[in-house]
Write a new protein. Structure first.
Length: 335
């Protein structure tokens, strides 16, 4: 699952063998103690360790289990029960998942399932599921299938009549959305943007006028350039950059797209996982007739470039889109 659930970018290497869990998972996930969920003074739970039949009390089929996006304590009791009783846990990185399980006293067989081995691993999982086994699917962080190819396994299960059970929990998309200060009644999740500017701008142009708050994943190192493209294509909308959510150094920086682009251009790319939340296009992007009306009026006294700049600022639209339309109007003699 290349997207590392709904929080991470693609990994260059994957591991298919579990390693010995390390106590370092505590600090990595924002929990400095590495303590499992429970009241102070309670002993570490032992999910699965004393169960005679691992899947006892758990329906057979594929269970989609959400895991923490940063803080190891952000996991539900139901998720712990499912992971502790599954016949096998399919995960992106067995070493990473083994650390999380160790914190919560869980020891179950792990098998790697990610974009690099999915074509070969999927038939093996389907075979086990058809035998009546219970498989828990997790990502490294967050809810599986969000920004990763896990949906192909779900589709294969549906084609075989295998039951699918969701076990909801943490999501970086919703976490960023609720802390952003943007409207939450309607939102559009655009996933990860292309790494190249030209392709990125094309995608942004396609979502520019969606009347909903936009939620976008981005690589930290590409953030300054991406924000600059967003300001140009989407217009200078309000936005929030969230990073390292639920971890020790979590941060949410709010402002306009141009202001945020300038900040990260000067300070450099941030560290950690980044999710952007951007103001909706509704109200910012007027219909084509209004754009044409303003451009025609401006072109009576201004050059194409100056007219496009004036209109893009006044309407909150991307400069490139407005400039292209101004050229079209000039060429068809609408002025």
């Amino acid at each position: 699952m290349a997207g590392r659930g709904d929080a991470k970018g693609k990994r260059k290497k994957r591991s298919s063998a579990a390693s010995t869990p390390s106590d370092k998972i505590g600090s990595e996930t924002g929990d400095p103690t590495g303590t499992p969920i429970g009241l102070p003074g309670h002993t570490k739970p032992s999910h699965g360790g004393g169960v005679s039949k691992p899947s006892a009390g758990l329906a057979s089929g594929l269970h989609l289990v959400a895991t923490p996006i940063g803080n190891a304590r952000d996991i539900t009791l139901r998720a712990l029960d499912t992971l502790g009783r599954a016949d096998v846990i399919a995960c992106e990185d067995t070493r990473f998942t083994a650390k999380l399980l160790a914190i919560h006293g869980i020891s179950r067989p792990l098998t790697a399932y990610h974009e690099h081995n999915a074509e070969k691993a999927r038939p093996r999982l389907i075979k086990r599921l058809k035998k009546g086994e219970t498989v828990a699917l997790v990502s490294d962080a967050g809810t599986p299938l969000v920004s990763d190819p896990g949906y192909k396994l779900v589709r294969a299960c549906l084609n075989e009549g295998i039951a699918i059970t969701p076990v909801p929990g943490a999501s970086s998309v919703l976490t960023a959305l609720v802390v952003s200060g943007m409207p939450t009644d309607r939102f559009f999740f655009a996933g990860f943007l292309p790494p190249k500017s030209a392709a990125r701008r094309k995608v942004l142009a396609g979502i520019a006028e969606i009347p909903a708050t936009l939620v976008i994943m981005e690589s930290a190192k590409r953030l300054p350039a991406s924000l600059a493209d967003m300001a140009d294509v989407l217009g200078d909308r309000r936005a929030a950059v969230t990073r390292e959510m639920t971890k020790k150094f979590e941060e949410t920086r709010r402002g306009t797209l141009s202001g945020l682009a300038g900040y990260y251009r000067e300070s450099g790319p941030p560290k950690g996982e980044v999710t952007l939340v951007i103001e909706a296009g509704a109200g910012k992007a007027a219909d084509g007739a209004e754009l044409d009306r303003r451009l025609i009026e401006a072109l009576k006294s201004e050059t194409v470039r100056d007219a496009a700049n004036l209109v893009s600022v006044s309407m909150g639209l991307g400069k490139r889109r407005v400039y292209t339309r101004a050229l079209e109007l000039k060429q068809v003699d609408k002025i």
